[in-house]
Ligand binder design. Structure first.
Ligand code: TXE
Length: 486
């Protein structure tokens, strides 16, 4: 275990000040199952103050955010990225202790967080409207304006990365933010927010209200003072959050997970594919919205590919985050027990385990470990092929030709990502166009996180786009100005 930073982890950050709440919540480190900290349990009072502070910061009554030029905002974001880099080791240790993810993955997440601020810092002064050739005697232009107070409800699987994805884009566009991190992991978010103020962010521009989803989260989503809402989490909670926001006609971006296929054709580079297929499901112990959780493999190469997969999975080890093994624990005892009961019911339906990894001898007894596994003999239409499991579990199906591969790929209501492995250029394009998902990767998977690449789902995976310039545009709205001058 690494020492936690000396900072008020059990407080909310409102209007640039640490605020004590009446109640707190215990935070458990998933690698050891022990309490590592307390966090604030915000309720209506804190959410109310946070929205008020963000509103004042936006309108210029508190701090001076609204008077900052786009270039100045961009410069601040880039300075903040440098500050994250300077604090990298401390943030990495915090992320590792709080989420249980292997140290190397926490390290990558903190780097990615800094990259979001650098990318959106550079983009802040390159976002502009257009002029429209209209009737003679008119000049017409569109202005891209920030919404105002943006509510952001984020999950526990990638706290620092999703903080970067949402906060950097919202601030670059000139908005202010009230962020509700997840109760299961939010320590890195608190340190990042503290760091933002150490870097000179005007008071109230970023507010963090930790707490329970049904309390702080629900109050924030329903608050009449927010003008935009970003949510990342489950489809069920996403529906509730979107319904609450709809009461005030607040636009929402919903990122709701996936059941993404990796499709391996017989002409694929199997060495490259095997690496990406294994990494795509064990990263963050499979608790990744874009996990490649289904393997669709063409019959001719199924035996060869699956035997490599058996070899790779048999050598995977699970251990505490700080041991930096292949796989860390799941986030909580609850997530572990939900996954295990779904697996038990799948085994009762005839599903079998083709290969599995092992717990390292050093793995702490109290950690919430589930070993990585490959499942076969899955009945057609089974829920394992359609529903997110959120664990290191890869399900396998075989196909004969392209049309069957496509039918299997699209046989879920989710549609976030897909990987297509083939050397045939025509097939690459046909598959990319017909797969129902927000991202398709050909002969790679995930493009190393792809901060620059628009990301978001179709169907039950949600709507709206984050990352890249699309993500920045989605934090602005268009105003049309038509001037008649004769
Ligand atoms: O998610 P929730 P949970 C999926 C994944 C996982 C399942 C359950 O399949 O197994 O969801 O995880 C806040 N009003 N994903 O229960 O409930 C909550 O506090 C407002 C996929 O953790 O969706 C947290 O901050 N907010 C996903 C956030 O919503 C509420 C990442 C997500 O929690 C709320 C995480 C309410 N009524 C889970 N209830 C992805 N897309 O990456 C909860 N919250």
């Amino acid at each position: 275990m690494y020492p936690l930073p000396e900072m008020p982890l059990d407080k909310a950050l409102i209007g640039g000040e640490w605020v004590t709440t009446e109640l707190t919540l215990k935070v458990e480190g998933p690698s050891h199952g022990e309490t590592i900290s307390q966090i604030a349990r915000c309720g209506e009072r804190e959410v109310e103050s946070a929205v008020l502070a963000a509103n004042k910061a936006f309108s210029g009554q508190l701090g001076s955010w609204s008077s900052w030029s786009a270039r100045r905002r961009g410069k601040w974001l880039m300075d903040f990225a440098a500050a994250i880099d300077n604090d990298h080791n401390r943030l990495t240790a915090l992320e590792c202790a709080d989420t249980g993810k292997p140290m190397a993955q926490a390290d990558g997440d903190i780097s990615a967080c800094a990259r979001y601020f650098r990318f959106y810092g550079g983009a802040a002064d390159k976002l502009h409207g257009e002029t429209i050739p209209f009737e003679n005697g008119f000049s017409v232009m569109t202005l891209r304006e920030p919404y105002g107070v943006c509510a952001q409800i984020i999950p526990w699987n990638y706290p620092s990365q999703i903080f970067g994805r949402c906060v950097a884009a919202a601030l670059a566009a000139g908005n202010t933010v009230v962020l509700k991190p997840a109760e299961d992991a939010c320590l890195s978010v608190l340190r990042l927010a503290e760091l933002a103020y150490e870097c000179g962010l005007p008071a109230g521009v970023l507010n963090v209200v930790p707490g329970l989803g049904r309390e702080a989260g629900a109050t924030l989503a329903a608050h009449p003072g927010i003008q935009h809402l970003s949510f990342t989490g489950s489809p069920e909670t996403g529906t509730r959050v979107a319904q609450a926001a709809a009461r005030h006609h607040v636009p929402v971006t919903m990122e709701l997970g996936g059941k993404s296929p990796q499709i391996v054709f017989s002409d694929a580079d199997l060495d490259a594919a095997i690496d990406a297929v294994v990494r795509g499901i064990i990263q963050n112990a499979g608790q990744t919205c874009s996990a490649g959780s289904r393997l669709l493999v063409q019959e001719e190469v199924a035996e060869a590919f699956l035997s490599r997969l058996v070899d790779r999975f048999s050598n995977l080890r699970c251990d505490a985050g700080e041991a930096n093994a292949d796989c860390g624990p799941l986030i909580s005892a609850r997530q572990k027990s939900v996954l295990e009961s779904r697996l038990a019911s799948a085994f009762a339906d005839g599903v079998s385990v083709l290969a599995e990894g092992r717990l390292a001898e050093t793995a702490p007894a109290g950690g919430h470990f589930v070993v990585p596994q490959v499942l076969v003999d899955i009945p057609d239409g089974h829920e394992l092929l359609r529903e997110e499991l959120f664990g290191p579990v890869l399900v396998v199906q075989c196909f004969e030709g392209e049309s069957e591969a496509l039918a299997q790929a699209n046989a879920t209501d989710f549609g976030l990502c897909a990987g297509v492995w083939t050397a045939d250029g025509g097939r690459q394009l046909r598959m990319a166009k017909q797969i129902r998902s927000g991202q398709v990767f050909v002969n790679n998977y995930g493009a190393a996180g792809g901060i620059e690449l628009p990301f978001g789902g179709v169907g039950r995976s949600g709507h709206g786009r984050e990352k890249g310039f699309e993500g920045l545009r989605s934090f602005t709205r268009i105003k049309t100005v038509a001037i008649r001058h004769g």
